[in-house]
Design a binder for this molecule. Sequence first.
Ligand SMILES: *Cc1c(COP(=O)(O)O)cnc(C)c1O
Length: 375
Amino acid sequence: MTLDQRDIGPDAATLTVDLGALVANWRMLGARAGTEAGAVVKADAYGIGIEPAVTALSSAGCRQFFVAHLSEGIRARKAAPDATVYVLNGMLPGSCGLYAEHGLSPVLGSHEELLEWASFRQTGATVRPAALHVDTAMNRLGLWPGEGRSLAREKAGVIAAAEIGLVMSHFASSEDEADPANARQIAAFAEIAAAFPGLPASLLNSSGHFLKGCPAYQLTRPGYALYGGNPTPGRPNPMQPVIGLEARIIQLREVEAGMQVGYNGRWTAKGKRRLATICLGYADGYPRNGSWTDTVTGGSAVVGGALCPFVGSVSMDLIILDVTDAPAGSAVRGAPVTLIGGPLDLEAVGAGAKTVGYEILTSLGRRYQRRYVGL
Ligand SMILES: *Cc1c(COP(=O)(O)O)cnc(C)c1O
């Protein structure tokens, strides 16, 4: 992805979203799995915007979407009128009517939910098939594996009444290939899938696509990797970058040894340094934990191709950079700097802010000028 400097807004930072790369990543994951890939578009499509993401993916042929909340499901449904939209968090008591009204499929994860959905269906309501979530490790959402298997045995019971269209489970640590929990979950889910013969099954999240010896079943559920996150941390990123974040330098100054910089003077110059202040801060979703103090390292930005460390606290609307080592002429008033992109991939930005790339993506601010490119 290349960023054209002329397209960067006059004041706010600019977030560039490459929808072509999003679609290429979705195709690559489906081809790799050798089965149908759905798309997880919860949390506003991990921050990039649910409407543009769903529109781009459904035009490319994606037919099954996953969101976390009912309200997200309603937005996804508008952008993809014919797709199946699963709501991962299931449904709160009394909300079956809203699922029917918007043609959404709840992911049912408890007996109470199953019974409520089954009895709602018996009122003659037109609903789409729901999914059944079986918890194979996390103790978070879903039926116990034993409960799932015994429900499968009672053919005319609540499962038939609820009209289940998909059985699924979720990995707890698939990004860590060496974690023995993966093999346990793979085995537990194989038993579940076998207990529901003929029912489509779904297990793989992004990193699951790269686990050796894991069947892909009939549908996969990638999220993070679609948006360019590395599903194989510690190894080269097989995905194309989808987002780029640029801000501008608004002021420059020189400081002398011993001068303190930023709120609470948490950074002290060790010598003569050239500093640049840029127009982006934690109110734009850049974590304050990216602050770089006398004792703790933090985030960086790319200026003229050089990696320049943050200086002091990340403020609400501003970050200060040490641009002493930036190439001559690159750190000038109005010049663009890159916060996400090039060497600063989502993993690097996450590490600099003591968090994960997932949180960097889903925290992307609402104040950016957003540019959708690539389609
Ligand atoms: C968020 C989520 C996914 C997607 O996970 P990624 O690691 O982002 O690919 C898949 N399935 C469930 C149940 C989820 O909650």
